[in-house]
Design a protein around this ligand. Structure first.
Ligand code: SAM
Ligand code: DTB
Ligand code: SF4
Length: 354
């Protein structure tokens, strides 16, 4: 067994499967050991999502309510204004969130006024003292560079599942297209947020292969969102059974062992998890959550509920830029700087709920 802080990028599928096959208690012990060697064990990063351009997407991702190929309750909306977005970002900051992630239902970002507006949103969010993240679909090198220049901290672009299972889920783009955008984000000096979804009918081997692909990226993604499928009426995956929370904890633990310094984000699906299951995921090395009553179009636990969970478990919100990803650190000094008053506000710890 390698030391708990060694970074490897040569994991084999057999090694990952062997981790998956461990008794959960043994796997949790390994993950905790790695976690404690690399992170403050009592801190959880709070990230807030906002859909800045909802619905009408041309892709056919089988899990997604925003695809125009499926009849769901999500309908195309016009893009939010910079003021609307910054008002939501201020609200998120007031509840203790430190990263604000803006999502657009795009196959790829198109140059022009909409992209320029996103750049203004990024600058505005950074000006509030928050880390800024965006998820806009595929990017060109030049778009990645412009996002970096605007001060973007991180870019979310998930591989979603294994290369083998990918064709069952999405037909309108290739797995390699995703990896290409991830490489462009790295090149531009933006922290990569890249993870996937479980509960889409994939095998255990697919889950292991997905984690292996992420862990063999060099550098490792700065954050790794682990989503449980939110089955949405009207999408092809609407009838999928909910995944076993122990499987989610197992995925968090394996991600932690494979990618010791990355933030492992317990992402979509928390509304179906008990408090105990969520604490198990934190024990397994998850140290980040989406925080706020909405993900992009579906629900997430209430802010008060999450504050109470953290406080009852003796966990505290992580300050901004506390991630050990050097790229996150470097973006702090690039792009718009917050005024001193704004910085103080964002560093304020949330009050524990009564
Ligand atoms: N359109 C961009 C893209 O696909 O990269 C950005 C937005 S897209 C909604 C971001 C990610 O949300 C997807 O890659 C997927 O991992 C996740 N996601 C979407 N719908 C989901 C669902 N129903 N359950 C779990 N995760 C979901
Ligand atoms: C990620 O991995 N999960 C988030 C974020 N990155 C963009 C999105 C989850 C979306 C869940 C379905 C919805 O709310 O539309
Ligand atoms: Fe479009 Fe992203 Fe949804 Fe796929 S996941 S349909 S690319 S918004």
């Amino acid at each position: 067994m390698s030391s708990p802080d060694t970074l490897r990028h040569d994991w084999t599928l057999d090694e990952v499967k062997a981790l998956h096959a461990l008794p959960l208690t043994d796997l949790l012990l390994r993950a905790q050991t790695v976690h404690r060697a690399n992170h403050a064990p009592d801190s959880v990063q709070l990230c807030t999502l906002l859909s800045v351009k909802t619905g009408g997407c041309q892709e056919d991702c089988a899990y997604c309510p925003q695809s125009s190929k499926y009849e769901t309750e999500v309908h195309p909306e016009k893009m939010l204004t910079v003021d609307e977005v910054l008002s939501k970002a201020r609200q998120a900051r007031a509840t203790g969130s430190t990263r604000f992630c803006m999502g657009a239902a795009w196959r790829d970002a198109k140059d022009g006024p909409a992209f320029d507006t996103v750049l203004d949103m990024v600058r505005g969010v950074r000006g509030l003292g928050l880390e800024a993240c965006a998820t806009l679909g595929m990017l060109t090198d030049d778009q990645a560079r412009r996002l970096a220049e605007a001060g973007l901290t991180a870019y979310n672009h998930n591989i979603d599942t294994s290369p083998d299972h990918y064709g069952e889920i999405i037909s309108t783009r290739r797995f390699d297209d995703r990896l290409q955008t991830v490489a462009r984000v790295v090149k531009a000096g933006i922290s990569v947020c890249c993870g996937g979804i479980i509960g889409m009918g994939e095998s255990i081997d697919d889950r292991c292969e997905m984690l292996r692909t992420l862990a063999n990226l060099d550098p490792h993604p700065g954050s790794v969102p682990i989503n449980a499928l939110v089955p949405v009426e009207g999408t092809p995956l609407a009838g999928m059974p909910r995944i076993d929370p122990l499987e989610l904890a197992r995925m968090c633990a394996i991600a932690r062992v494979l990618m010791p310094r990355s933030m492992v984000r317990l992402s979509a699906g928390r509304t179906d998890l008990s408090r105990e299951a969520q604490v198990l995921c934190f024990m397994a090395g998850a140290n980040s959550i989406f925080y706020g009553e909405k993900l992009l179009t579906t629900g997430n636990p209430d802010v008060l509920e999450d504050q109470r969970l953290l406080s009852d478990a003796g966990l505290k919100p992580m300050p901004p830029y506390a991630s050990s990803d050097p790229t996150v650190q470097a973006t702090r000094d690039k792009g718009p700087q917050p005024k001193p008053g704004e910085l103080l506000l964002s560093a304020r710890a949330i009050e524990p709920a009564e």
